[in-house]
Design a binder for this molecule. Structure first.
Ligand SMILES: *Cc1c(COP(=O)(O)O)cnc(C)c1O
Ligand SMILES: [Zn+2]
Length: 417
């Protein structure tokens, strides 16, 4: 079934056979190349519509040589029409792509791991691993458990508890590093070269990144096979935002939709904003930062795809923004209160950046916009502790309820008595 023709250098175009190889001889990253005519022959809207609602409905556009054998129930998350949030932000037409309910680990990372782990199986690897800011660790641990593979997850030692226990529970080996993600990633690059393990975002990165495209494929299909004019995407390493653009272009190449213009908007926390800073200056040169933000899942100070993300944003005519920790919490609350969706800190970043750019006139409120919610708020409760009104505690007595709940709430029920 394979329509993958090899790995192609993103700079010089040199082709390599499919293997766990990361960079070209020229040191630029490699990416999967496909038989585009094969897509046109194999795929149509009808063929895809008949398939199960998972990311594998686009399997010809993913870099596997065989049918997937594990991680079969991932993707096809809801695209929610967000009318109340649109009203709150003063814009016309807003959608939420809700990867907070992706299966099985409640983040967008289930997509990239589904593809990478199947590729690891094809390569005959028995151990998979990752350098993670949390969600990837959860996904690698869970998918490895279900596939019967060994997993090693490398994380900064100060992650949210839910993300630590949410990896440990699957029996993965946790390695907690004293240092930030960038230090973790450097160590993993050394280890990957030595032991032949499948590090999903290091030596399997070319395949991992392709999994990110499926979020874009789904959005286009869910909109009735069209490209949304604007997409707001949270950025860590820069893989997701880059691949959403690639997904739209590839759907057009495959003849599945009309190529229409779209703008990519990048969202970062101000405490880790290397890509946003570059884009705001109109450039693609990334100045690494030392991260300090409650949006731990996005805390990559030296992003692997930073240059490509900045370039994709600028080429699309889009822009980027960044927001403070306080604005991130407000974004999480606003999404929850208007749409009933509890996204993690990264979702707070997306919502708050959209709100800020709309206020500053850098996003057009009349343009239909998709906001990507990429992780679940139950994993980042720590960010909200001490910042929400969690009500009063009373004894189980009617007088106390009336005195402490109704009276303080100024309820008309009291007046009526
Ligand atoms: C990893 C992650 C992203 C985006 O990551 P990229 O490395 O830019 O692809 C976005 N949101 C959440 C919640 C994540 O865990
Ligand atoms: Zn090259």
């Amino acid at each position: 079934m394979s329509l993958v023709t090899g790995l192609r250098c993103r700079e010089c175009g040199k082709m390599y056979p499919v293997s766990p190889r990361v960079v070209c001889d020229c040191l630029a990253p490699l990416e999967a190349a496909y038989d585009v005519d094969g897509w046109r022959k194999a795929l149509s809207r009808e063929v895809i519509a008949r398939r199960a609602p998972t990311l594998w409905r686009y399997r010809e556009m993913l870099p596997l040589d065989h049918e997937p054998v594990t991680s079969l129930n991932v993707g096809f998350t809801p695209l929610v029409k967000a009318q109340r949030l649109a009203a709150a932000l003063g814009c016309k037409s807003l959608w939420i792509k809700n990867d907070a309910v992706n299966c099985p680990t409640l983040s967008f990372k289930d997509r990239v791991v589904a593809v990478a782990i199947n590729k690891a199986k094809e390569f005959g690897m028995e151990t998979i691993a990752c350098a993670s800011t949390g969600n990837l660790a959860n996904a690698v641990a869970a998918h490895a458990a279900a596939a019967g593979l060994e997993a090693y997850v490398f994380i900064p030692d100060d992650l949210e508890e839910a993300k630590i226990y949410g990896s440990a529970v699957y029996g993965a080996h946790l390695v907690r590093i004293r240092g930030n993600y960038d230090a973790v990633n450097r160590l993993c690059t050394q280890i990957a070269g030595e032991y032949g393990w499948g590090f999903v975002n290091v030596n399997l990165r070319a395949f991992y990144c392709e999994g990110s495209k499926t979020l874009g494929f789904e959005v286009a299909e869910q909109l009735g096979w069209r490209i949304p004019p604007v997409v707001v995407v949270p950025i860590a390493s820069g893989s997701l935002i880059t691949r959403i653009g690639k997904a739209f272009s590839e759907l057009a190449e495959a003849g599945l939709l009309e190529p229409t213009p779209f703008k990519l908007i990048g969202a970062q926390a101000t405490g880790c904003s290397p890509i946003s800073v570059a884009v705001k200056q109109g450039g693609t040169a990334i100045e690494p930062q030392r991260p300090s933000t409650i949006a731990r899942s996005l805390a990559i100070g030296n992003p692997a795809d930073g240059y490509y993300a900045a370039k994709a944003i600028l080429d699309s005519g889009g822009t980027a923004g960044d927001v403070s920790d306080e604005e991130i919490r407000e974004g999480m609350k606003l999404l929850a209160e208007t749409e009933g969706i509890f996204g993690e800190t990264a979702a707070g970043v997306t919502i708050a950046v959209a709100r800020k750019l709309l206020r500053e006139g850098k996003m057009n409120p009349d343009e239909e916009t998709v906001l990507c919610v990429t992780g679940n708020g139950l994993k980042t409760l720590d960010a909200l502790v001490g910042h929400l009104d969690i009500g009063v505690t009373i004894r189980p007595r009617l007088e106390e309820f009336e005195a402490q709940v109704l009276r303080t709430a100024g309820s008309p029920a009291i007046a009526a008595n």
